[in-house]
Design a protein around this ligand. Structure first.
Ligand SMILES: C[S@@+](CC[C@H](N)C(=O)[O-])C[C@H]1O[C@@H](n2cnc3c(N)ncnc32)[C@H](O)[C@@H]1O
Length: 254
């Protein structure tokens, strides 16, 4: 069999070589770029990268704050889902939340005497759980109220005075369009020395109603400017895999 390569005109050879070289360089650069950290042209500030690893990406696509709120409410106010959350799902979710809170109590991060807030509590299963283990002075906030457990409130501008709570819990960090406001409001409404426990998903992407994607604990630690990281541990919390606990500084430290 004749395997000789056909002769190319002398001008094409260097051209093909430089084309091949440019392609190799381009592929190499593309492989080096971490895609989840790319900012979009519409939102140049939508990615907060962290000194300590992966970043935090704000999802593009909301044309206004109203649109973001409406999208969140679409699911939260769905009558069929509310029926399921308050009946079939109720006991199981209260039980699992109670286990998380019991564990925080064992580690002295939550007390029966704590004044507690659950952020993005929807129909209030986590508030019921707090009360069921003896943390009686507990309340939740959500965009839609569910009295008496949940009052109306946007977590970007909590409806509470500075230094109100000893303990705050949330498993909705991924729903924050402005994560720095979400955290800023927690630090504002916590008492000095107060504790905040947050459940996040690091190893899988959150749902389609999420407004941001978090890739490591680093950006959270950087957002909690007036707190110390107490611990990070793996949990199995309704699709969220990591519990991150902070304690607000006793003296202002920014
Ligand atoms: C995934 S659900 C979690 C509900 C509840 N924590 C649970 O585990 O059952 C997210 C919740 O966050 C609420 N939410 C979204 N954006 C919010 C905002 N800006 N302020 C307050 N709540 C918000 C939604 O209304 C929804 O109830």
């Amino acid at each position: 069999m004749n395997t000789t390569i056909p002769k190319l005109p002398f001008i094409i050879k260097p051209f093909l070589l430089s084309l091949l070289l440019s392609l190799t360089v381009l592929i190499f650069i593309a492989l080096q770029t971490p895609h989840h950290r790319k900012t979009t042209p519409q939102q140049p500030d939508s990615t907060i990268s962290s000194k300590s690893g992966g970043g935090l990406r704000i999802r593009p696509g909301y044309s206004s704050y109203d649109e973001y709120i409406q999208r969140q409410l679409n699911k939260t106010l769905n009558p069929k889902l509310r029926q399921i959350w308050t009946t079939r799902d109720w006991e199981r979710k209260v039980r699992v939340f109670a286990q998380f809170f019991e564990s925080l109590k064992r580690r002295n991060l939550l007390l029966n005497s704590s004044k507690a807030l659950s952020i993005g509590a929807r129909v209030g299963q986590e508030v019921a759980a707090l009360k069921s283990i003896g943390v009686n002075d507990s309340i939740g906030i959500d965009l839609a109220p569910y009295p008496p457990l949940v009052v109306k409130g946007d977590f970007h501008a909590q409806p509470f005075m500075n230094g109100t709570f000893d303990f705050e819990f949330s498993n909705v960090f991924d729903h924050a369009l402005y994560p720095w406001k979400f955290v800023g409001e927690i630090e504002r409404t916590l008492k000095p020395g107060g504790v905040c426990a947050i459940h996040v998903a690091l190893s899988r992407r959150a749902d389609k109603y999420s407004a941001n994607d978090l890739y490591s604990v680093g950006p959270l630690v950087e957002l909690f400017k007036d707190s110390k990281l107490v611990e990070v541990r793996k949990v199995d919390g309704f699709g969220l895999d990591t519990e991150v606990v902070f304690r607000k500084n006793k003296r202002r430290n920014i």
